[in-house]
Design a protein around this ligand. Sequence first.
Ligand code: NAD
Ligand code: LMR
Length: 338
Amino acid sequence: HPPNFQMEESSGLRRANCRAKGAAPGFKVAILGAAGGIGQPLAMLMKINPLVSVLHLYDVVNTPGVTADISHMDTGAVVRGFLGQPQLEEALAGMDLVIIPAGVPRKPGMTRDDLFNINAGIVRTLCEGIVKSCPKAIVNLISNPVNSTVPIAAEVFKRAGTYCPKRLLGVTMLDVVRANTFVAEVLGLDPREVDVPVIGGHAGVTILPLLSQVKPPCSFTPQEIDQLTLRIQNGGTEVVEAKAGTGSATLSMAYAAVKFADACLRGLRGDAGIVECAYVASQVTELPFFASKVRLGRTGAEEVLPLGPLNEYERAGLEKAKQELAESIQKGVSFIKK
Ligand code: NAD
Ligand code: LMR
């Protein structure tokens, strides 16, 4: 390790020992892709999370700097950095939760599926590391195309005999965060008061907001429904275009990832009634994976909740979403099977 790594590790160990003597219990969390556009603010926000006692930052570049920087924050979590594939297994050893924002982001004109060729291999390698070092960890997968990378991860785990569907969650929280924001704007409400379920997947028409189930109960004109649905489906593209070639959503994504990770950790702790949308193995449709509300608990996604009543507009959207999702799932599965 470079010298700053040594330093962080030894002071980290001392603090970890103190903690073992009776301080509040916390969870061990690894971020893979921690030096990236999402990874850095995500690492910063997880360092602030009181449920985290140990934070491992892994990337193939730049983790020494990010680790040194984050480790100076005077919050409870002990931070350790890991650089490059030879350190992957060590980075993952004993982790309770692994968050994966590793991989290339879109540029204007690209679809998320255009990232498949590079990101599929990255996700496979990282999941092979999870198999070896922390097969019981909860995995929050952010790398795109999520509709295909989650099936890839499932196949890697199945092959290794470690697959537990409850522990693998594709992160679609950003769609919910955007939906809450955009709907609140239209209704003139505080976004924190708004809850919009978003089902399906995480790309274009597979992102299906259920505007008929918004809380607090409200009604929209047909034009508002069209405009809101389209804006939520294109939220990622809106940011990609605004960033004009320098990347995709990173800050709102880090916020959404932390909101979701925190819900997973509260579930692991045993809190009751934790429900969030996520892309998981599912039987709510005929597809093997689908995003919908799930109840998070000590073992991960303990229950996939029913979709609830859909109106005609949403049923039509669901049919479109399922067609595209079926192809993306198949593409992910064949990547590992072939
Ligand atoms: P970025 O390029 O800024 O960062 C990616 C990081 O991954 C880099 O630091 C890179 O070194 C690292 N990386 C590359 N290969 C790796 C490997 N084999 N092991 C570990 N780390 C590796 O990109 P970003 O903006 O942070 O986006 C990352 C991914 O998240 C993209 O695929 C993007 O499309 C996706 N994303 C998903 C959502 C979502 O809602 N699920 C939202 C935004 C972005
Ligand atoms: C998003 O929704 O912002 C991400 O999936 C990144 C992207 O490519 O749009």
